[in-house]
Design a protein around this ligand. Structure first.
Ligand code: GLN
Length: 473
């Protein structure tokens, strides 16, 4: 134990957090790379930084389970590219964080390794958000400096909002997915959680694209010049918790006081985005998860020699996958089936395109992924970024979730899935609710929770999104 560097000891000391189920595995035998004074050397940019990695991102020294029983014994032969890049920059991987199985969930309650929670006022266990709940709680309680998560439909931003930390989902494709266990490939992104935008930026740089690819992306306008901030009308839903609406207005005024201007915009397809997402993501998942059959991948269920393959597959998958994953596989297989594909999958793809068009029509900058002709059509009256809440409610108590039906769980993703469907960069920043201790006593957990506000930018405007986030810190 005495060989362990100081931060491992401090994690051990924080055993009062052990019941929160934050880590699935900890790098207890790892020897920290000593902090270096040579901080100008880019290779050592993250020297001495402890990085927690969501357990669906492959590491060669610690198991990678994706929160699933079917991968409980899996150790990857290689590091994911993002992990390799972090190690090359001098960071130390401190552990693998707990999550909803294969990233499917919004409260980190669907893990083979137990529910992740955070402690609300009066010691009440609250939802950590999902699916990167372990990463968010690890950042919140100082169990790491930076955490990696994955965000397919909000899994970095929602936990960040619920736990009061910052969670950044870059533009789709900007961070490598090599070595990241797929949930829904066309939506999956690696995201970063930390307590400050600067810390996120320092972890983002070494893991981003090579200069040749970067040059395809537009150079955003400097954020110190007045920006046009969009307020998407359709995000002001009737079920938005009043305190969150108030915080949204406060954040808008804060940006206005910095010289930016506010503009109401309409994104009409938003109201269909959630339904489209919950067709598309399970459809891709049902295909991605087909390989966990106990032969090609996954822990095999017991079977005598000569057991027919189909029986072995069914037994393995029935035992290895949890109920939420099994539900998604069935849903996805159904919406891709011959009798349902036209009414479900194809319609959802059309909605996805409408959501993308909506965003392109409100942003001043054109989408660099579109053809050059469309790119010419800039939109001078458009906005630079959008500001909206990350989630419609504050984190629920874990006890309330036990009786919640699966559909109710999905409504928490209503504000995060549109940016995912369009592949746009988005960040959740906590806007503190500063209250006196008396108020906290009176109002309980709700009073001390920060509220997550989301900044969404045009594809490739990741730098601008981070800059605006910094102005809200
Ligand atoms: N809650 C969403 C889902 O269950 C989003 C998950 C994610 O982004 N990985 O699909």
């Amino acid at each position: 134990m005495s060989r362990l560097p100081a931060y491992y000891k401090s994690i051990a000391k924080q055993s009062k957090f052990a019941h929160l189920n934050v880590f699935i595995s900890l790098a207890e035998d790892a020897i920290a790379i000593p902090p270096t004074s040579d901080s100008n050397e880019p290779r050592h940019k993250l020297a001495g930084k402890r990085i927690a990695i969501k357990d669906n991102i492959c590491t060669s020294d610690l198991p990678t389970t994706a929160g699933s029983g079917i991968l409980k014994d899996f150790i990857s032969p290689y590091d994911a590219t993002v992990v390799k890049q972090l190690r090359d920059a001098g960071a130390t991987i401190s552990g693998k964080t707990n999550m909803d199985e294969f990233g499917m969930g919004s409260h980190s309650v669907h893990s083979f390794f137990g529910t992740v929670s955070q402690v609300g006022a009066g010691g009440v266990p609250l939802s950590a958000g999902g699916s990167s709940g372990g990463s968010a709680v690890a950042v919140k309680y100082g169990q790491c400096d930076v955490a990696l998560g994955t965000d397919t439909g909000g899994s970095v931003r929602l936990p960040a909002a619920y736990t009061g930390v910052i969670g950044f989902k870059p533009s789709y494709g900007l961070l490598s997915r090599w070595g990241v266990i797929a949930y829904a490939n066309s939506l999956d992104t690696v995201g970063i959680l930390a307590k400050s935008v600067d810390t996120i930026q320092s972890a983002f740089d070494p893991t981003s694209l090579p200069p040749s690819t970067r040059s395809r992306l537009r150079h955003p306008r400097p954020s110190n010049s007045p920006l046009r901030i969009g307020i998407p009308l359709e995000y002001n839903i009737s079920t938005l918790q009043p305190s969150i609406r108030k915080t949204w207005i406060r954040a808008l005024h804060l940006l206005e006081s910095k010289g930016h201007t506010l503009h109401i915009v309409s994104l009409p397809a938003t109201r269909h985005a959630l339904s489209a997402y919950y067709i598309l993501a399970p459809a891709e998942a049902s295909s991605n998860l087909a390989k966990y059959d106990g032969v090609r991948f996954g822990s095999r269920a017991d079977g005598k020699d000569g057991t027919p393959e189909s029986v072995l597959f069914a037994k393995t998958r029935g035992a290895g996958f949890g109920p939420e994953v099994r539900r998604r596989i069935l849903l996805g297989a159904f919406s891709l089936s011959a009798q349902a594909i036209d009414n479900y999958f194809i319609q959802a793809q059309k909605i996805r395109r409408l959501v993308q068009r909506d965003f392109d029509s409100v942003f001043r900058a054109s989408n660099p992924l579109l053809s050059d002709i469309e790119e010419e059509m800039g939109n001078d009256g458009g906005v630079d970024v959008l500001l909206c809440p990350t989630a419609p409610t504050l984190p629920p108590r874990i006890s309330e979730l036990e009786s919640q039906d699966p559909v109710a769980e999905t409504v928490n993703d209503v504000f995060t899935v549109p940016a995912s469907l369009a592949g746009l960069p988005a960040i959740s920043v906590p806007i503190g609710v500063r209250r006196s201790s008396n108020e906290i006593k009176e109002k309980g957990a709700e009073a001390e929770q920060a509220t997550g506000m989301q900044i969404i930018g045009q594809y490739g405007d990741d730098g601008l999104v981070l800059d605006v986030a910094r102005q809200l810190e």
